[in-house]
Design a protein. Structure first.
Length: 223
């Protein structure tokens, strides 16, 4: 597994993985990120769900996948009383250029796995933002909404603990900001030994949901 750096600032923590022999360390108000590779536009993700659903891990894997693709990435999350049970979030910023600010200020993509997370982090977003949600969440028309039965599938076909992996596959497949190959590589670097096959199948299921959505509805152009 590649090396990682964790820094805290203003009650939050940022974590970005990278290979110190290939990356250039950049710091933003106490946050450290590794910049790798060539110099595209800034893309921001906000991943949200219930505390304990593995949202933070999904964010770390997404950022790590971007690094494997030769892009710059930084991931941050909140630590607080919502850490278990309440709405929680992780943010990931990805760019081929230097990242001048480490937090998501205008997310391009939002993932919500629970109704509470949607109310907290997705309900007030603009109609130009693509929102990916579990199928159980009802969202007003007018938004770019991509749905998949993430929670139900995890419980019935896999194990509830891999809902975040299915969600990660759905996000990667829908957005195509990072490659599927790099997402799988980053995932296998982080998960506990003995769970590789389970998580790999769960990630593939997320890819399948993304492919099926676009076969039915066509691609959603990002503003």
């Amino acid at each position: 597994m590649s090396e990682g750096i964790e820094k805290k600032f203003d009650g939050e923590a940022a974590f970005v993985e990278g290979e110190s022999t290939e990356g250039i360390e950049k710091k933003f108000d106490g946050i450290a990120a590794f910049a790798k590779g060539k110099s595209t536009e800034r893309i921001e993700f906000r991943l949200s769900g219930s505390g304990g659903q593995g949202i933070i891990t999904a964010g770390i894997v997404l950022a790590s996948a971007a690094l494997h693709d030769g892009k710059n990435a930084i991931q941050s999350q909140s630590y607080g009383p919502e850490a278990r049970g309440g709405a929680s979030k992780a943010e990931v910023v990805i760019s081929d250029q230097s990242i001048d600010y480490p937090k998501a200020t205008a997310p391009n993509y939002i993932l919500c796995l629970t109704k509470e997370a949607y109310r907290a982090y997705g309900a007030n977003c603009g109609d130009d933002i693509t929102v990916m949600v579990d199928s159980s969440i009802e969202i007003p028309e007018g938004k770019k909404v991509l749905k998949a039965p993430i929670i139900e599938t995890a419980a019935k076909e896999f194990r509830p603990m891999v809902a975040n992996t299915i969600a990660l596959g759905f996000v990667v497949g829908c957005t195509e900001v990072v490659s599927r190959q790099s997402a799988k590589k980053a995932l296998l670097e982080r998960i506990p030994k003995g769970t590789e096959e389970l998580n790999e199948k769960a990630l593939d299921k997320g890819f399948e949901f993304a492919d099926a959505f676009f076969e039915r509805n066509g691609r959603v152009e990002q503003s």
